[in-house]
Design a protein around this ligand. Structure first.
Ligand SMILES: *Cc1c(COP(=O)(O)O)cnc(C)c1O
Length: 219
C-alpha cells in the first residue's frame, strides 16, 4: 500500500526534512496515489517520464530533477522543474544558466558530490567543490541551494555513513566561506530507501525515497 507507506515515512521524518518521492519507472496512478497520501515533491530521473507526469499532475506538486541531466535536455527541463538536484559539471551549470536566462527563471540547484570518489559516478569530487563553487556562483540565473550526494552502495550502513558525514562537513564549510553570497544555501539532499534514516542522523534535510514507498522496481 503506497498510501500507508507514505504516511509512515512522513510521520517518521523530523520537522524540517523534506520527502522527495523518487518515481522512476512508476506509472502515473502510483505517483498520484503517493500525492494523495501527502507527498509534496516528486523526484524525476528522466525528462520523458517527467513530462508525462507533469501533463497529468502539473503544478499541484513540486518537481525535483534527480537524474543525470544531459545538456541537450536542459531547455525542456527548466520549464518543468522547481529544483535541479544534480548539477554535476561546469558545462551543465552554464547550460542551465543560459536556458534559465532565456525564460527569465531563477533555478534552485544543488551540486551533486561524488562523495566516495567512485569511478564512473557523476558528481563533483569533494576536493574540487570549492573551485567549482567559485566558477558557478556568479551565474546569475542559478540559485546555489546546497549539496546532493548518492553515497556509495553498501549493505552495511556504517560503510555509507562516513561519506554522508563528510558531505555534511563540506556543506558547512561552503556555508561558512560563501554564506554571505549564497543566500539560498539551505539544502543537503542525502539518503534513499536504505539509507535515509542514517542520512537524517548525518544532517540531511532532503531525502529521496523510491522503493520504500512504491515497492521494488519492475525489472
Ligand atoms: C532511484 C533514486 C533514489 C531512490 O532510490 P530507492 O532506493 O528506490 O529509494 C534516490 N535518489 C536517486 C538519485 C535515485 O536515482
Amino acid at each position: 500500500m503506497i498510501k500507508a507507506k507514505v504516511k509512515n515515512i512522513l510521520e517518521e521524518l523530523p520537522p524540517g526534512v523534506d520527502l522527495v518521492a523518487a518515481v522512476k519507472g512508476r506509472d502515473s496512478a502510483e505517483v498520484e496515489e503517493a500525492l494523495n497520501a501527502g507527498v509534496e515533491i516528486i523526484g524525476e530521473n528522466y525528462l520523458k517520464e517527467a513530462r508525462r507526469n507533469y501533463q497529468i499532475l502539473g503544478s499541484r506538486v513540486r518537481w525535483h530533477f534527480i537524474g543525470h541531466l544531459q545538456t541537450n535536455k536542459v531547455r525542456k527541463a527548466v520549464k518543468i522543474f522547481d529544483m535541479i538536484e544534480t548539477m554535476d559539471s561546469l558545462r551543465l551549470a552554464e547550460t542551465l544558466n543560459f536556458e534559465c536566462a532565456r525564460i527569465k527563471k531563477k533555478m534552485p540547484v544543488l551540486i551533486e558530490i561524488n562523495s566516495a570518489a567512485e569511478k564512473g559516478k557523476y558528481g563533483i569530487l569533494p576536493e574540487e567543490a570549492i573551485s567549482f563553487i567559485k566558477k558557478v556562483k556568479n551565474l546569475s540565473f542559478l540559485q546555489l541551494s546546497g549539496l546532493m550526494t548518492m553515497g556509495p552502495f553498501s549493505e552495511n550502513l556504517e560503510e555509507v555513513r562516513p561519506y554522508l558525514r563528510s558531505t555534511r562537513v563540506l556543506f558547512g564549510q561552503i556555508k561558512e566561506r560563501y554564506g554571505d553570497e549564497l543566500k539560498n544555501w539551505h539544502y543537503l539532499s542525502m539518503g534513499m530507501s536504505a539509507t535515509y534514516k542514517v542520512a537524517i542522523e548525518e544532517g540531511a534535510n532532503i531525502v529521496r525515497v523510491g522503493t520504500a514507498i512504491f515497492g521494488s522496481r519492475p525489472a
